[in-house]
Design a protein around this ligand. Sequence first.
Ligand SMILES: [Mn+2]
Length: 432
Amino acid sequence: MTDMPIDPSVIESDNAERSTGFEADFAALGEQLERCGVAIDTIVKAVRDFTVAVPSWGVGTGGTRFARFPGPGEPRGIMEKLDDCAVIHQLGRSTPSVSLHIPWDRTDPAALKDKAQSLKLSFDAMNSNTFQDHPDDPKQPLSYKFGSLSHADEAVRRQAVEHNLDVIEFGQAIGSTAITVWIGDGSNFPGQVDLLRSFERYLESAKAIYGALPEDWRIFTEHKMYEPAFYSTIVQDWGTNLLIAQELGPKAYCLVDLGHHAPNVNIEQIVSRLIFARKLGGFHFNDSKYGDDDLDTGSIDPFRLFLVFNELIEAGEALERLDPAHMIDQSHNVTDPIESLIRSADEIRRAYAQALLVDRVALREYQDANDPMMASECLKQAFRTDVTSILAKARIMDGGAIDPIAAYRASGYRKKVAIERPEVKGGGGGIV
Ligand SMILES: [Mn+2]
């Protein structure tokens, strides 16, 4: 007996309809890759092994500063969020773990663990939250309006540190081994805070959290250029973030959120530098046109995503030692969040598969021969390869759907939960 939310017969019949076309595409791609000396099965195997965590906050509809437009059947709490995460994994087979956000997802950890087990899910990095106030939490009576870990008032800093320690304790109870700390601290006006002293205060607080990390845990810090502070942000770029990770010690790593950069910043180069410094902790995947738009991964600039993965593959063994965490961090404002997360996980695997196809021996030769045209073409050739049937093959082999969004729509899941879950007003949008 299974608690899986989608009836397997729905996946089977949808796959049956598509199997002839899929088999033809896969065979053709196999022949195409063979001519380049690539065995398609090795790429399929690598793709099957590549997983990414979904954010619990991503299965609810997000919002902007203007409004939030909730969709039907929104999950009303963490247990229903896990049901939705299980749908995404059952169909896509690439998202076996969930990243939780405390206090939004706080509940009895034993019940949470049981629920996850019944859905064949596990828990990825924990996320603390000191970027908003928690009036219902007796342990957090003080306001974070003017910051948390870098706040001028020592009592607020202590409260924020304690919250992070609580999150670690909660995470230990459900089998997590990492905490991601992103804070909104900063200033809106020149002169509002002392740039040096506030950073020193931040470091002191971060060291207190680091000191309480369990033996097998890692701490990820995430930089962000602006918002909610619009003049200065305490961890504003990867340079500051690297400083922090180096100050804290060997269990501290830098997280790269793809949306947290100025437009046109060379993110893949930042990734390369962090690999060099042995401080790349992982990613928050999303896409961005202007700022921290939190759009679906690969929906705006799939080439940039590919170039990030190209750096990861290029790093080889150095990357294996770092074992970076892969997490999605998005806000779904106008789509069904389940569909957006299915598509995003697929786009991440697509970029990974394409990066695996780069002829690295040839690329190095072109680079060393100062042949920019052929070096560029070498990357573009891999990027232009349509690996859709490889992604489908990986899903089929693990019991997923050839076309997971089509199977999801055929399942009627959203209609069903819309009846079971009456609309609730309000609720956290959750853009981190
Ligand atoms: Mn993020």
